[in-house]
Design a protein around this ligand. Structure first.
Ligand code: PMP
Ligand code: GLN
Length: 377
């Protein structure tokens, strides 16, 4: 059998979560909240299932959810997308990213990925028959070396995938990053797949710059988001894509035959829940407290770190410790200290060893406190 993804194995998130289970470790590896969501959200899902909203939703999503998402987009980023033609509800940001890459990438095109990169980007590029071109983020703060990005772009480049706030580093784009990308897109006529799943998790007064809020960039971009991240329900696998009409028309052709449509009662519940801006405007503050709590404790360990600027991940450097590799360290931490984390080399195509591990701090304080106590060893 000729594998289309010969280098792909089981994802590191599955591997580490399983190892955490096997060794009864606190699981700070795979990114998911260790606490419940707002009971109001569950009541709404119960209401809509009981009220009979259980058959196929429209292919592009129910109008109520597209409408309220468009209004939220205007409120947050100053642009009102056309809910009928520019907004599609999908089964998680993973689907949005997959469909967007499939929509634009032709065989032998090149797609730029910035490493460390979320693990779903490269397989999507490869399945489209295109070639991923990897550009490393700056070691240290994981900011973008735009000179290097420009260097990687040529006449075969079809698109670039970006991610802010960034998983795993937490780096949040600055206005300068936005300017640099706009200049590149203008010069080279490429598309942008913008992974903004942590849009509502940015710290220390930082604003998330969505490409939807940038007039020039939004005309070339697929902006991908996830309700699972914002509302602490990652298992619901529901997200969205916002793109200009011509791009969205093509995107929907792909989405139509990947999943066709997305879970109906949850769309109705979210449409109602999203009407209250407090539900998403409070998320940064909520997670900033957790980041502060976790970082305070991390100081007591031998690990080195800069507090994350956004997302619900904290990276830590161990280059000064006697660990051979991040995978070895993650394994030993899980088995011996009973705290699971993610080795950041998993976010690099060539598995280079950047000497970083990643913790998910989307957990209750007592769980984080216990993990930190164990890490002090
Ligand atoms: N992109 C990034 C950077 C992520 O961390 C995640 C979370 N798994 C996703 C995309 C996928 O989001 P979803 O679960 O909505 O598919
Ligand atoms: N996005 C999550 C993370 O980075 C994992 C999602 C998954 O398991 N695919 O940990």
């Amino acid at each position: 059998f000729h594998s289309k993804l010969p280098r792909v194995g089981t994802t590191i998130f599955t591997v580490m979560s399983q190892m955490a289970k096997d060794f009864e470790a606190i699981n700070l590896s795979q990114g998911f909240p260790g606490f419940g969501a707002d009971p109001q959200l569950f009541d709404l899902v119960a209401k809509y299932t009981k009220d009979g909203f259980n058959q196929y939703a429209p292919m592009s999503g129910i109008p109520e959810l597209r409408d309220v998402l468009a209004v939220k987009t205007q409120r947050c980023y100053g642009y009102l997308p056309d809910p009928d033609q520019e907004v599609t509800i999908v089964s998680g940001a993973t689907e949005a990213i997959f469909c967007a890459i499939t929509t634009v990438a032709q065989p032998d095109d090149e797609v730029i990925l910035l490493e460390p990169a979320y693990d779903s980007y490269e397989p999507a590029v490869l399945l489209a028959g295109a070639n991923p071109i990897h550009v490393s983020l700056r070691p240290g703060d994981f900011s973008i070396d735009w000179e290097q990005v420009r260097h990687a772009v040529n006449f075969r480049t079809k698109a670039i995938v970006i991610n802010t706030p960034h998983n795993p580093s937490g780096y949040v784009w600055t206005e300068e990053d936005l300017k640099q990308l706009a200049a590149l897109v203008r010069e080279r006529d490429i598309y942008v797949i913008s992974d903004e799943v942590y849009e509502h998790i940015a710290f220390d007064g930082r604003s998330h710059f969505s490409l939807v809020g940038h007039e020039e960039l939004r005309s070339k971009s697929f902006v991908c988001g996830s309700f699972g991240k914002t509302f602490h329900v990652t298992g619901w696998k529901i997200g969205f894509c916002i793109a200009p009409k011509e791009l969205m028309t093509e995107f929907r052709k792909v989405h139509q035959f990947v999943t066709f449509s997305t879970v109906t009662p949850i769309q109705h519940a979210l449409a109602e829940y999203l009407q209250n801006p407090a539900h998403y405007e409070s998320v940064s503050e909520f997670y900033e407290k957790k980041r502060d709590f976790f970082c305070e404790g991390l100081k007591r360990t031998g690990l080195d770190f800069k507090p994350a600027q956004g997302s619900f991940f904290q990276m830590a450097y161990f280059g000064h410790l006697s660990a051979s590799s991040d995978r070895e360290l993650a394994k030993r931490m899980t088995q011996e200290l009973k705290v699971a984390c993610i080795p950041v080399s998993a976010f690099y195509h060539d598995h280079q060893d950047p000497k970083f591990i990643r913790f998910c701090f989307a957990k209750e304080e007592n769980e984080l406190a216990e993990a930190l106590d164990r890490l002090q060893n």
